[in-house]
Design a protein around this ligand. Structure first.
Ligand SMILES: Cc1cc2nc3c(=O)[nH]c(=O)nc-3n(C[C@H](O)[C@H](O)[C@H](O)COP(=O)(O)O)c2cc1C
Length: 217
């Protein structure tokens, strides 16, 4: 974090940062604004600025949230990777409606994204899987994510089993592990400001086109 950014954080903490959101006319796409804010979060020295909450819903309507890491984003959507047998993946398979949330406290910024998910291609998942460190690759085989641990050393035993199994050569990409792409239908940017007069810009996609409006805080 630069000295200027530190000073800005200190001076505005709890009060919102001084700079308002750009005028609506100055913004072309939410992707552009997302990139700008994500770059700002990176530059601010925030630890894991790519952390985001993913909310899914069970078949009987029970929502649940957990943090994951955003691995890529572009005009096609926001991608994260996980176990396809996990609770979140099971829920997203039954109900493809999803919500993402970013919060960068020191910047007094929040981004809310709502949309639907689809699996990324097997090739894309495999490419990312093979880019991970070997321990994480073996760990993906060992973890039956979201399932109950049956006995104390189960995870350790499974890790040892797969370490031995894949002791040589490339760790194969498991078909039960891969990416989800969140295709946004709405994206809201929230910028904290003084006197709780926060700025909110909401983008909504209709017939493939983004419309935008501001919201009362
Ligand atoms: C900062 C942070 C980042 C995480 N990133 C991921 C991730 O990218 N993928 C993942 O499967 N779990 C990730 N986790 C773990 C999840 O929060 C969660 O515990 C796990 O995915 C199981 O969730 P589920 O049982 O609801 O499917 C992360 C946790 C934290 C705190």
């Amino acid at each position: 974090m630069t000295l200027f950014e530190k000073l800005r954080c200190l001076l505005t903490f709890g009060q919102g940062v001084a700079l308002p959101l750009p005028e609506l006319s100055a913004i072309t796409t939410p992707e552009q604004l997302f990139k700008q804010w994500f770059d700002d979060a990176n530059k601010a020295g925030i630890l894991l600025p790519e952390s985001m909450s993913v909310s899914s819903c069970s078949a009987d309507g029970q929502p649940s949230s957990r943090m994951v890491l955003l691995k890529s984003y572009d005009e096609n959507g926001f991608v994260f990777f996980t176990n396809y047998g996990s609770r979140k993946s099971n829920e997203l398979t039954e109900n493809n409606k999803v919500a993402l949330l970013f919060h960068w406290n020191v910047l007094q910024r929040q981004i809310r994204i709502e949309g639907t998910v689809e699996k990324v291609s097997v090739q894309e998942s495999a490419n990312y899987f093979h880019s991970r460190d070997r321990g994480s690759q073996v760990g993906a085989w060992a973890s039956k994510q979201s399932q109950k641990i049956k006995y104390d050393n189960e995870l350790k035993d499974r890790m040892s089993h797969y370490q031995e199994k894949f002791s040589e050569g490339e760790v194969p990409h498991p078909e039960f592990w891969g990416g989800w792409r969140v295709k946004p239908k709405s994206i809201e940017f929230w910028q904290g400001r003084t006197n709780r007069l926060h700025d909110r810009i909401c983008f909504e996609k209709e017939n493939g086109q983004w419309t935008q409006h501001k919201l009362h805080p």
